[in-house]
Design a protein around this ligand. Structure first.
Ligand code: G3P
Ligand code: CA
Length: 246
């Protein structure tokens, strides 16, 4: 079965470098992780950029929405000083820059994001970027929005996909039954697993997901005791801001 590997660096090594920057991805590669998670949005001129929020203020020197700025405007922003002045030279990378840098050295777990509204054509552009760079064997796509995953599957019936889920603690199994078991997304052979917030995971929910032939990815697991709990209940992959602790 396809696996992204046991350790995924969430937004790169985002506890020791600014998230979703080349510095964070470089550290993750140096650490030898099996996977790197990142988030993709779209600029005003339709370019794919790697940043978590739809807005700029938390992680850059800019203000407003990502899709209100062209790529050249986004490239002028400082994407590192908010984390530490030593990273002030970091810029918002494009998806192409990140995939070219990683170049198949680990699995890239690409989250296709939405802005205030879905970005027109973002799924086609992500797939084109992956195919142009010839890295599709080491790339998987994930999203919280089922519509995004349906569009990806319509465009490409072989790229692996994962459904992101956020459930309240303790009620994971209850919500899984209602949100996932009835969903048409389950019919896709390319659906390899679900990525669930770790507070909602229990041995019962892990068994339920495995019984469907799907993998369980746990996010975002940072504390040593939580990492240990995820290992003991048998999740397949742990996504962490501290991949060095895995
Ligand atoms: O797999 C889901 C994980 O990426 C958590 O979501 O984007 O809020 O960090 P995010
Ligand atoms: Ca993400």
């Amino acid at each position: 079965m396809f696996l992204p590997g046991p350790r995924i660096a969430h937004r790169g090594c985002s506890s020791t470098a600014p998230e979703n920057t080349m510095a964070a991805f470089r550290q993750a590669i140096d650490l030898g992780v099996e996977g790197i998670e990142l988030d993709v949005h779209q600029s005003a001129d339709g370019q794919l950029v790697v940043i978590h929020d739809a807005t700029l203020s938390r992680t850059t020197s800019g203000r407003g929405y990502v899709n209100e700025r062209t790529l050249s405007e986004l490239k002028k922003l400082d994407a590192g000083a908010w984390f530490n002045p030593a990273f002030a030279s970091e810029r918002i990378p494009t998806l192409e820059e990140v995939l070219s840098f990683i170049d198949g050295r680990c699995t890239v777990f690409i989250e296709v994001k939405q802005g205030r509204k879905p970005y027109p054509g973002i799924e086609e552009k992500v797939l084109k970027c992956i195919n142009d760079l010839k890295v599709r064997d080491t790339v998987v796509l994930h999203a919280f929005e089922k519509d995004t995953l349906h569009r990806i599957h319509r465009l490409d019936e072989s790229i692996p996909i994962y459904l992101d889920l956020f459930f309240p603690p303790v009620l994971g199994t209850f919500f899984f039954d209602r949100v996932v078991l009835q969903s048409s997304i389950l019919k896709y052979k390319t659906l390899k697993g679900v990525s669930i917030n770790h507070h909602a995971l229990s041995p019962r929910l892990v068994r339920k997901v495995h019984a469907l032939g799907l993998q369980v990815l746990a996010w975002t697991v940072n504390k040593p005791q939580d990492i240990q709990r995820m290992k003991s209940i048998g999740v397949d992959t742990i996504i962490s801001n501290f991949p060095e602790r895995l």
